[in-house]
Design a protein around this ligand. Structure first.
Ligand code: IMP
Ligand code: MG
Length: 174
């Protein structure tokens, strides 16, 4: 468990307001398109569920699981696919949903391997993006919040697999 207190960085209300905004944009952009939302497990499960409720389209869902961190708090750059998609994606409009983009290494690998399968389009939605981090150019179509490059927990994000159930994004004070 973590020592120290957890401070709220982004409240549940702020998260919901932002997801409503993102959901409206997605609803506008994908009119008449066959949208498949792909959540990256485990972290994105909450964003996926709450964002989806703000999207007014006949959307389909799929999930992938990748591992990049292990129990460490730094990205290793080594990505393993633990669970692949169930769906064929050729010719479909894919929207990848991520909890957080830190180094962007996980995503770069993922987008590359998905592009090979020739989707009609491939876009990215992320609730959190860490500022001041050097990362390969990543085009984030739907971005929630920019946050400082610190380790955060809650709202899907874990520390050693715990704290994912916090309804807010928190930061640990030492
Ligand atoms: P990246 O490859 O460095 O961009 O990290 C991608 C993954 O690492 C995310 O999808 C998260 O699951 C995890 N991650 C990155 N930063 C944090 C954090 O501050 N708290 C918890 N998990 C994180
Ligand atoms: Mg994760």
């Amino acid at each position: 468990m973590l020592d120290g207190k957890i401070r709220v960085m982004i409240s549940a209300e702020e998260i919901d307001a932002k997801l409503a905004e993102m959901g409206r944009a997605i609803t506008d952009d994908y009119q008449g398109k066959d949208l498949l939302m792909v959540g990256i497990l485990k972290g994105a499960f909450m964003v996926m569920a709450d964002l989806a409720r703000h999207i007014e389209l006949p959307v389909e869902f799929d999930f992938m699981a990748v591992s990049s961190y292990g129990a460490s708090t730094k990205s290793s750059g080594v990505v393993r696919i633990l669970k692949d998609l169930d769906s064929e994606i050729q010719g479909r409009h894919l929207l990848i949903v991520e909890d957080i983009i830190d180094s962007g290494l996980t995503l770069r690998y993922l987008m590359k391997s998905l592009r090979v399968r020739q989707p009609a389009s491939l876009e990215l939605a992320a609730l959190l993006v860490k500022d001041g981090v050097e990362r390969p150019a990543t085009d984030i179509r739907y971005e929630g919040f920019r946050i400082p490059p610190e380790f955060v927990i809650g709202y899907g994000l874990d520390y050693a697999e715990k704290y994912r159930n916090l309804p807010y994004v928190g930061i640990v004070e030492g």
